[in-house]
Design a protein around this ligand. Structure first.
Ligand code: FMN
Length: 231
């Protein structure tokens, strides 16, 4: 008699433990998914054609900063997308429908990533005092689709509307053109309603200390630091 009760008791305890472990696994998965769903999506946009170099080193700092700040970081390289076709007499579907008629070449896919992102870093080598051509081409097309929302009084519809952007440019040995490059990216942000978080120029003789600033900026953004507020 006591033996039977004992066996059933053991069975009950085993069942209860299994049920508890099952619930816990379910809960951990759900909890992790919840955290992941709510993590800031940080998009690093570049047109860098190189596989190594300063921009890549700085990209690693950005990713580390995002991760430590609790954000999900992803890099979008738009360097190989085609340029704007400048439809009609200057405007096309970008003006009337906020879409590019040639978006099927990868532009629409890239734009969708921009829409999904919460914050950005634009990072580029300095070419001729400007951003790398691939990034400029992408921004030329994107600006037409996003900046035109304001013509209808719907500026907030822009994929960049109110979102923070860190601008990073990397010139070579002369260091010439850093300011004009940052200024070019600044203008894009102002046209599309993005909020500039900071400007960082990094080169071969300052990247030891600039990389710390890049890490810290990405981390501060990931942690929700607001531009314009005193710390
Ligand atoms: C087509 C071209 C134009 C460039 N123009 C400039 C320039 O205007 N000013 C400058 O300081 N460096 C210029 N450079 C050098 C690059 O900016 C430099 O090598 C690069 O940004 C360093 O970063 P990276 O190591 O990620 O390539 C140019 C390089 C190329 C390929």
């Amino acid at each position: 008699m006591y033996y039977t009760i004992y066996i059933y008791w053991i069975k009950f305890v085993k069942f209860f433990l299994r049920f508890f472990i099952f619930l816990e696994i379910l809960w951990i998965d759900k909890f992790q998914a919840m955290i992941h769903d709510h993590a800031m999506k940080y998009l690093i946009i570049t047109g860098n054609p190189k596989k190594d170099g300063l921009c890549h080193l700085e990209e690693e700092e950005l990713i580390k900063g995002c991760k430590d700040g609790g954000a999900d970081a992803e890099t979008l390289n738009v360097g190989k997308l085609g340029r704007c076709h400048v439809c009609g007499d200057g405007w096309g579907s970008c003006r009337t429908e906020h879409r590019c008629s040639f978006g099927g070449d990868g532009f629409d896919e890239a734009r969708e990533k921009v829409k999904q992102a919460d914050a950005f870093c634009f990072i580029t080598p300095v070419y001729w005092g400007e951003m790398a051509e691939g990034l400029k081409s992408f921004f030329d097309r994107l600006r037409r689709c996003e900046a035109t929302w304001q013509f209808e009084g719907k500026a907030a519809e822009s994929a960049f509307g109110g979102k923070q952007v860190l601008l990073v440019a990397s010139p070579g040995g002369s260091g010439n053109g850093l300011l004009s490059c940052l200024e070019q990216m600044d203008r894009f942000c102002r046209h599309t309603g993005a909020q500039i978080f900071d400007y960082i120029g990094v080169n071969r003789w300052n990247h030891d200390y600039k990389k710390k600033a890049i890490y810290a900026a990405a981390r501060a953004m990931a942690e929700g630091r607001e531009a314009g507020k005193s710390i």
